[in-house]
Each structure stands twice: as C-alpha cells, then as structure tokens.
Design a protein around this ligand. Sequence first.
Ligand SMILES: Nc1ncnc2c1ncn2[C@@H]1O[C@H](COP(=O)(O)OP(=O)(O)OP(=O)(O)O)[C@@H](O)[C@H]1O
Ligand SMILES: [Mg+2]
Length: 317
Amino acid sequence: MEEKILQAAEETEEKARDTKPGEEEKKEPEERAEEKEQESSPETTAPGNGEEKEQEPQAAGHTEEEKEKNEGVQNEDALPAQQKSEPEGEEILRMKDICKDYDMGNEVLHVLKNVSLTVRRGEFLAILGPSGSGKSTLMNIIGCLDVPTSGDYWLDGRHIADEDETSLARIRSREIGFVFQSFNLLQRQNAFENVELPLIYANVPEKERRDRVDEVLARVGLSDKRENMPNQLSGGQQQRVAIARAIANRPAILLADEPTGALDQHTGAQVMELFHELNEEGNTIIMITHDPKIASHAKRIVRILDGEISEGALEDA
Ligand SMILES: Nc1ncnc2c1ncn2[C@@H]1O[C@H](COP(=O)(O)OP(=O)(O)OP(=O)(O)O)[C@@H](O)[C@H]1O
Ligand SMILES: [Mg+2]
C-alpha cells in the first residue's frame, strides 16, 4: 500500500513537471529550458485542453452557479475576506489529520504528523518552521504535487483524494499559483513568454492572454522589462516575473515556498510589499518560510516543528 502511495506521489510530481512550468522546483532552470525546447508546442502537449475544459463545470460541487457563489457574486457570505473581518472568509482549504510517512526500509519516517489546517479566502498565512520540519512536504501536498499517506484534504470544495490525475493537473494549473525560492523561470523565454505560458496551458485565447500578461506584468511593475530574458533581470525582478506568472491564471491560492530565500534583505522586503498588496486585492496567500522576520509580514502564522503544526504568535516560537 505504502509503495503504491509513493508511486502515485512520484507520478504526480512527474506529471506536474511535465505539465506546468512553475512547478519544477527540483530542476535547474537551464535543464528545464532545454527540455522545454524539445517539447512540441504547448497547445498539443499541455493539460487543460479541449474536452477537459468542457468537463469542468461538472466537477463535484463546481457548477457555474457554485463557482459564482464561491467568487462572491451571488452570496454575501462569500464576499472576499478583505471586505470582512478575517476569520469569517469562505473556507478554501481544509486539511484533517494529514500524515506523510516515508518508509526508509528499516524505519518509517513520520514527516507530517496529524496536520489539521483550515485556510479561508483572502487570508495571508505564513507557515514557519526550521529546516527539515516538513514545510516543503506540506507545501507539496497543499499544491497537489504529492499525496499524503493518510488524512483528508479539501481544496476549494474538492476532496483531493477523489480526483484523478487529469483533474489534479488541472487543479495545479488553475487553482494554485506557485512561487519558488529559485524563481524557476524558463531561461530561453523572455518575461512576457514566461508569464504567458500557464495561460497557454489553460487554453486562454490569444488576445485575452496578451491583455492578461500585460496586466500582471504592469501589476508587478515590470511592463518595461517584458522583452528581457531572465538573465537580463535582477533576482528581485525575476521573482516578480515569477509572481506575475503565478497570478496570471487568477488562482485560488498563491503558494510560495521561501519566496525571498534567494534575495537580499531589501529586495526581499519589496517582494513582501507586493505580497501585501496582492493580499489586499483579495488574493489568498500561503507562504512557507524558516525566517520569523519574513513570516511576520503575514496576517496569520502557523508554526511547524518536527512535522507537527501549532498556531500562535511569533513571540511564542
Ligand atoms: N522523498 C523523501 N524520502 C524520505 N525522506 C524525505 C523525503 N522528502 C523529505 N524527506 C524528509 O522529510 C523531512 C522534511 O523535509 P522537508 O523538505 O519537508 O523540510 P523543510 O522544512 O522544507 O526543510 P528546508 O527548510 O530545509 O527546505 C526531512 O527530514 C527530509 O529528510
Ligand atoms: Mg523546504
């Protein structure tokens, strides 16, 4: 059973690498870019094409009506959290007793231990913990890049364990915007093209795609750098391109793993300022970090230590 779960996890990760450019955290950008160039056009290889899209409204609990309700169009209770006092926002993520074990042969490593967590639309949450505490493992499960050994996970009303691979790929590309420590931009594509790629994958028509890329590049203050290749951008600018890419699809959650880890303090603070603004505009953000200073930018902090989470003020850490 364990093997099967691990195998499924590997396949899930593989698929993620194949299907979404923002998710290759374990690959060097160059390596990924080379692969990219060997691939045929995204239109033919990417998920989210054709029939898949047709099926979407039928997904459990996701009729158009519900979608509108989720987006706060019809139901006052579902107003974006920034318009209300925070704990009342609509629930967007729920984990219940999530465990992640690794069978190391002679022993079983319990990396996540009964993690239960609820996140509401419009929250800005930091998950704070030291190296090896299980942060990336938890992020991979939140981002549907990996599966838990046991426990339940609901994302935007879907019970993730019930979703098939196709559906998971779609959830990854549409519900989650990933931001990684190492930016993970495709090195042979310019800023505009990097941001455009997930929209191509999601089948957004060309005109709308261009408008949206322009809009998000303007949003992160990089309209004048749209033609620049990643190596013609500073670290902070590259991360802002990565953030533009992550929000281009208007995901339910912006998920960031050590987003300032590769930046100096000043540039990191600018990225945090951008996160603040994006959160004020209604984006739900989950940020993972080992740095209490960075975590203090979030509105809510959950600490993780040795695979167990606890909630509380920074001073208690
Ligand atoms: N595939 C795996 N097989 C076995 N053990 C693993 C695997 N992935 C992670 N671990 C172990 O799980 C624990 C948590 O790892 P994780 O990468 O989640 O930590 P982290 O909090 O993200 O650390 P860091 O801040 O250094 O990135 C570590 O002890 C790690 O060795
Ligand atoms: Mg990590």
